[in-house]
Design a protein around this ligand. Structure first.
Ligand code: NAD
Ligand code: TYD
Length: 353
């Protein structure tokens, strides 16, 4: 089988390409990636010379290029997207272009070329925030609340429409927050690990009691591989980890794993429209035989160990002017003395599903 992976130079896409090449020795992979600030081929330097792997630099919005590539593959795994909520608050336009329009370009080309499978990688964020005690099921309506999740929800609507209208064999995956090797150092876990290693403050938004479900990226890759092959056409599947934790709990565990003092934790001005809690029901995917292999603690321990062992990868990124400009725009004012909100008096405990 020949698989077109979009966004394969990104965090999850690169992990997925490595996974596919290892798991399926006869598969060929074409990686289409624009190499935005988030794309980085060093994530794939160990597979670059593999004869079953090919990289094409290009934009998923380029219909001529996409049309050409689509005629040469059997299946698509679509990861390419603008992905950072904080950047979406600065520039929503890029999210609508890539996540919505780019997905449409891929769908149209996939339909015209008659691809046999289109795995669309969506997110738990399309459900919007979920009240305590509740978990989102696949047939719940989308209720996105920020430009990133709204763009991802828009993409999903297009994917479903192409299935309903043209019979395109799509499967939609909705993974929880991923952690693991090669995540860009502006995302929260790598940002906190790399800041702590430099004795810089860890900027926790608001009271830090927002809840996320932390999924180890290898577990996500297993689930996505299963859905690529065995997901029912036209269906959506949640990929939860069952590792619900408050951000401040996650932050304290990172400091503990790194042997750094709690004084590095800094409560800062909240993200506008910050979703308080995500939580998904995983029954549907479990019936296909998948279960995550990593607990929250194992996922964080492995991630921290990877960042300690692979400074060569992230140190180069954080030294770029692109990263520094983003960091200043996002955190300089927030971290200025006198800007922090009053310290939270929350009880720092683990949330259980
Ligand atoms: P990422 O930001 O690390 O990587 C995105 C990749 O897409 C980059 O390599 C970038 O260069 C590429 N890209 C961006 N615009 C493009 C375009 N127009 N054409 C071609 N390539 C383009 O993202 P990630 O964290 O690996 O996420 C991958 C997918 O998984 C996304 O669709 C995201 O919405 C979804 N997702 C991510 C998470 C998470 O926790 N990271 C959770 C749930 C869902
Ligand atoms: P993020 O990785 O942006 O994912 P999400 O899309 O789920 O919001 O952030 C994860 C959580 O971490 C989210 O609740 C926001 C919080 N966060 C901080 O508290 N400080 C930070 O500097 C960042 C980047 C995120």
């Amino acid at each position: 089988m020949r698989v077109l992976v979009t966004g394969g130079a990104g965090f999850i896409g690169s992990n997925f390409i490595r996974f596919l090449l290892e798991r399926h020795p006869s598969y060929q992979v074409v990686n289409l990636d624009k190499l935005t600030y988030a794309g980085n081929l060093e994530r794939l330097r160990d597979v670059a010379s593999n004869p079953r792997y090919e990289f094409v630099q290009g934009d998923i919005c380029d219909s001529a290029l996409v049309g050409h590539l689509m005629r040469e593959v059997d299946a698509v795994a679509h990861f390419a997207a603008e992905t950072h909520v904080d950047r979406a608050l600065m520039d929503p336009g890029a999210f609508i272009t890539t996540d919505v329009y780019g997905t449409y370009v891929l769908l149209r080309a996939a339909h015209e070329a008659g691809v046999k499978r289109f795995l669309h990688v969506s997110t738990d964020e399309v459900y919007g925030e979920v009240p305590p005690g509740r978990s989102s099921r696949e047939d719940d309506p989308p209720a996105p609340r920020n430009p990133y999740s709204a763009s991802k929800a828009g993409a999903e609507m297009q994917v479903s429409a192409f299935h309903q209208t043209y019979g395109l064999p799509v499967v939609i995956a909705r993974p929880a927050n991923n952690v693991g090797p090669y995540q860009h150092p502006e995302k929260v876990v790598p940002l906190f690990v790399t800041n702590a290693l430099q004795d810089l403050p860890l900027p926790v938004y608001g009271d830090g009691r927002q809840v996320r479900d932390w999924l180890y990226v290898e577990d996500n890759c297993e689930a996505l591989d299963l859905l690529l092959h065995q997901g029912t056409t036209g269906q959506a599947y949640n990929i939860p980890a069952g590792n619900l934790r408050e951000n401040v709990y996650m932050t304290r565990l990172l400091l503990k794993l790194l042997g750094k003092p709690e004084s590095l934790l800094r409560f800062v001005e909240d993200r506008p429209g910050h979703d308080r809690r995500y939580c998904m029901d995983g029954t549907k995917l479990r019936t296909l035989g998948w279960a995550p292999r990593h607990s929250f603690e194992q996922a964080l321990e492995k991630t921290v160990a990877w960042y300690l062992d692979n400074r060569w990868w992230w140190e180069r990124i954080i030294q770029t002017s692109q990263f520094q400009d983003y960091y200043r725009a996002q955190y300089e004012r927030r971290l200025r003395p006198g800007q922090a909100p009053p310290p939270s008096n929350s009880v720092h405990r683990a949330e259980r599903a």
